[in-house]
Design a protein around this ligand. Structure first.
Ligand code: S3P
Length: 432
């Protein structure tokens, strides 16, 4: 079990131009390349455990993958090959849920498996609506837990209202009916991240935001031919950049410039909340073919407490790092309506609150969030619970007084150069 020790940081003024590439977009590029009959080119694909597993999965399905000078070429197979092994999604809920939707309408038999953390996360949110449109899909606990077995089938168009705002569910459902005979309509309680719609439309799919019976929904029109291939440069991941934004805000007299970050509005809500707390944050917007991309400039700031109950789907991944900012802010902060935190890579309500308490912070669990009474964060021994975002959130908290974190291997799932970048602002020791 690795032990990471972080020392208190001195003042810094730096620019980082190699924050890890966006995980959500990378997974999608790998999977969507199978929807074309021509090679796709992906620059800056995230080379982390989660997204490398997705590349292995598409290779097992017959794609040829070639990596040269930061450009990945994916040559799709003529038709999907029935793999002789099970498909390993590792730690990634995105890979497993999107692959459920994609494979449910392919010819063949497929088994999706994951690590012990992924194997305890709910899959019913995709397997149930998929079964309703004809998918032959099963797993432990009636199809709720991995391994998940799929026998591809012809699927019907749907009218589906999802009880949760989840981009993984939305993407799985969209992928399942791209080649159905009928149009489909997907309703979600709140707009979740929209990379699937944007990328697939750029590839020639017909996915529209419409009003149906006075309700906003997504209309998915069938496509009867292969989609156009991808030629895309993946921007840096805002949820990875956010660790460094928080580290800067809570440090004294410091500044950071984070280059080429994805600025999709459904992904930068945590930066907006940090601004509301008093942080000095500016965006310099550039443009891009598929998404808005730009630089983010962050300076040290004094923070005040905040109540978060809206737009939760837009900042769900950043809530652990935001809890560190809340812990040093003046006054009380609350997070509610965030029950989804309980089914992430760990139960993040438990793992955030238990670790904050270990750091001497007055924090309390709620069923759907937590309350944090801001003061300061003391040096403590942190358990990552095998969750990359918990490990990195408490690592950056170390800039204040230092921190030790156990079980840090998980960082590799999303941000392999995190420690190298953290060592630009403070001393980092990694002992085995
Ligand atoms: C993701 C969607 C979110 C997010 C996850 C990545 C995606 O999950 O938490 O890290 O790439 O679609 P949900 O869709 O379950 O909210």
């Amino acid at each position: 079990m690795n032990l990471l020790t972080i020392k208190k940081a001195n003042e810094f003024d730096i620019t980082i131009d190699n924050i890890a590439s966006d995980k959500s977009i990378s997974h999608r590029c790998a999977i969507f390349s199978l929807l074309s009959d021509k090679p796709s080119y992906i620059t800056n694909y995230l080379q982390a455990e989660d997204t490398l597993n997705t590349l292995k999965i598409i290779q097992n399905l017959g794609a040829k993958v070639d990596v040269k000078n930061n450009i990945i070429t994916i040559i799709p197979p003529k038709s999907i090959i029935e793999p002789i092994t099970s498909l390993d999604c590792g730690n990634s809920g995105t890979a497993m849920r999107l692959m459920c939707g994609f494979l449910a309408q392919q010819d063949g038999f497929f088994v999706l498996e994951g690590d012990k953390y992924l194997s305890s996360r709910p899959m019913k949110r995709v397997t149930e609506p998929l079964k309703k449109i004809g998918a032959m899909i099963d797993g432990r606990e009636g199809g709720n837990l991995a391994p998940v077995a799929i026998r591809g089938n012809t699927l019907k168009g749907f009218n589906y209202t999802s009880p949760i705002a989840s981009a993984q569910v939305k993407s799985a459902m969209i992928l399942s009916v791209l080649h159905a005979k009928e149009k489909s309509y997907y309703y979600e309680p709140f707009l979740s991240r929209d990379h699937t719609e944007r990328i697939l439309n750029a590839m020639g799919a017909k996915i529209k935001n419409i009003n149906k019976a006075n309700k906003k929904c997504i209309e998915i029109c069938p496509v009867n031919k292969p989609l156009k291939p991808l030629d895309i440069e993946v921007p840096a991941d805002p949820s990875s950049a956010f660790f460094f934004a928080v580290a800067t805000v809570i440090s004294k007299n410091s500044k950071i410039v984070l280059k080429n970050i994805l600025l999709n509005p459904t992904r930068i809500e945590a930066f907006e909340v940090l601004k509301k707390m008093g942080a000095d944050i500016k965006y310099i917007i550039k443009n891009s073919k598929y998404e808005t991309v730009g630089d983010i400039i962050v300076k040290s700031s004094s923070l005040k407490g905040v109540n978060i109950k809206d737009n939760i789907a837009w900042l769900i991944d950043e809530l652990p790092a935001l809890s560190i900012a809340m812990s040093v802010a003046e006054g009380v902060s609350t997070v509610t309506n965030a029950k989804e935190l309980r089914v992430k890579e760990s139960d993040r309500i438990k793992s955030v609150v238990a670790n904050l308490k270990a750091c001497g912070v007055d924090a309390k669990e709620l069923e759907d969030g937590y309350v944090i009474n801001g003061s300061t964060i003391k040096n403590a021994l942190i358990d990552s619970f095998g969750d990359h975002r918990i490990a990195m959130s408490f690592a950056i908290a170390g800039v204040i007084e230092g921190m030790s974190i156990t079980d840090i291997e998980c960082i590799k799932t999303s941000f392999p150069n995190f420690l190298e970048l953290l060592s630009k602002i403070t001393k980092v020791e990694n002992a085995n």
